[in-house]
Ligand binder design. Structure first.
Ligand SMILES: Cc1ncc(COP(=O)(O)O)c(C=O)c1O
Length: 383
């Protein structure tokens, strides 16, 4: 087999490039595992951020067991690579059942998530085969306005009961993402304790839902919470849950730093780009990273002036816009750009606003230890 030639250092990569700091990534993974261990909850890490075998190995400590995925393509990819106990945490609908059967045949445990009776009945009518039942989680919305049945809605009881009663269905318990944690900001300039406070609310809503089901004779083997902010700064009450399923923590990003989920020194990914044009009349320069290198995510959301990205070592710079292959950069305070500091072809690195969205634009991640490139990871793509 031909050995792959790697760029020598982070300054030699073709740009734009997605870089992953191996030491920081390992640290983020071991810290989350230890946190779960101390709280007495199981960790079922989400694979949506990186979508790679190597990232999955670091998150599961090499066991390749107990993961969450967001697409059927991810489920297929991870099952083919020897991962098992896979939860496809996306609302299941009838059109996806055939593909689920194919994946289920490759796994000892493959779980689905539902939030309506139509899909549940479609599952009942189309069992996975080999005498098996579909293992299902009921999705609970504990705030965040996404899919799932609101935690205080009585349909929770009837939908769970239906799953318990139907043949070909094995009811596991409750799944909740808890996207609300993303509106907590306790990082820079914000309210201390906001994440713990939200964690308390999240755990009480899930525990209350599980308790109501129990009162109706329905047992939940698993009732967990996801989201990197909640799981990174957990309130002690979260120890009453059985499972955490965060994903973004493997890399974190600039948004997580502003929320208060991590320190800047925990952000394990960055984008490398080069200056391609000086435009003094606009007080701008252009870089070779547009929305296909970083995504639009965060462009209009940045609570800080610096918006959607944090230029490393260049607090004065602001990412102000982009086209497909060009990024527009000016100064944060409107002062004149000092073009001598950024010659054509000079390199800039920035922490992306949302690592999941940025990583998704890259077919290769360059892995580095210090400045040295030590490998490449190739994510799966598609749905
Ligand atoms: C269903 C589901 N579970 C878990 C997660 C993981 O959350 P995070 O990205 O905050 O780690 C996500 C992220 O979007 C999700 O959609």
């Amino acid at each position: 087999m031909e050995t792959e030639v790697l760029p020598e250092t982070i300054y030699d990569v073709p740009t734009p490039a997605f870089l992953v700091d191996l030491e920081r990534t390992k640290k983020n993974c071991s810290r989350m595992r230890e946190r779960c261990w101390k709280l007495g909850v199981e960790l079922r890490p989400h694979q949506k951020t990186h979508k790679t075998v190597e990232g999955g190995d670091l998150q599961t400590d090499g066991t390749r067991r107990k993961i969450v995925v967001s697409t059927l393509e991810e489920a297929d990819f991870f099952s083919k690579n020897g991962f098992d106990d896979i939860l496809y945490a996306y609302p299941i609908t009838a059109s996806k059942i055939q593909k689920c059967k194919e994946i289920s045949a490759k796994c000892e445990q493959f779980h689905l998530m539902y939030d309506n009776l139509e899909s549940l009945k479609a599952l009942q009518n189309s069992p996975p085969g080999n005498g098996r039942a579909w293992s299902v989680f009921l999705e609970v919305d504990i705030g965040g306005d996404r899919t799932g049945i609101p935690w205080d809605d009585d349909r929770i009881i009837s939908f769970a009961r239906e799953a318990v009663n139907l043949s070909n269905i094995d009811f596991q318990g409750l799944y909740s993402h808890d996207g609300n944690s993303y509106s907590c900001t306790q990082g820079k300039n914000n309210k201390q304790g906001a994440l713990e406070e939200w964690g308390q609310t999240a755990s009480s809503r899930i525990v209350e839902t599980q308790r109501r089901l129990k009162e109706h004779g329905i047992e939940c083997r698993t009732f967990g919470v996801g989201s990197t902010p909640t799981c990174s700064v957990p309130d002690g009450s979260l120890s009453s849950l059985t499972e955490f399923h965060p994903g973004n923590y493997i890399f974190y990003d600039y948004m997580q730093y502003l929320i208060g989920s991590c320190e800047e020194s925990d952000i394990a990914c960055r984008v490398a780009t080069r200056v391609v044009c000086h435009k003094e009349e606009q007080n701008r320069m252009y870089i070779d990273c547009g929305f296909l290198g970083v995504s639009h995510d965060g462009l209009y959301n940045g609570p800080e002036q610096s918006g959607m990205a944090k230029f490393i070592g260049h607090d004065e710079l602001k990412f102000i816009g982009m086209t497909q292959e060009l990024g527009f950069v000016s100064t944060n305070d409107g002062s004149k750009l000092d073009y001598q500091k950024y010659p054509l072809d000079s390199m800039l690195f920035f922490y992306p606003w949302h690592s999941c969205a940025t990583a998704a634009n890259h077919s290769v991640y360059y892995i580095h230890s210090g400045d040295k490139i030590v490998g490449k990871w190739r994510p799966t793509r598609g749905w």
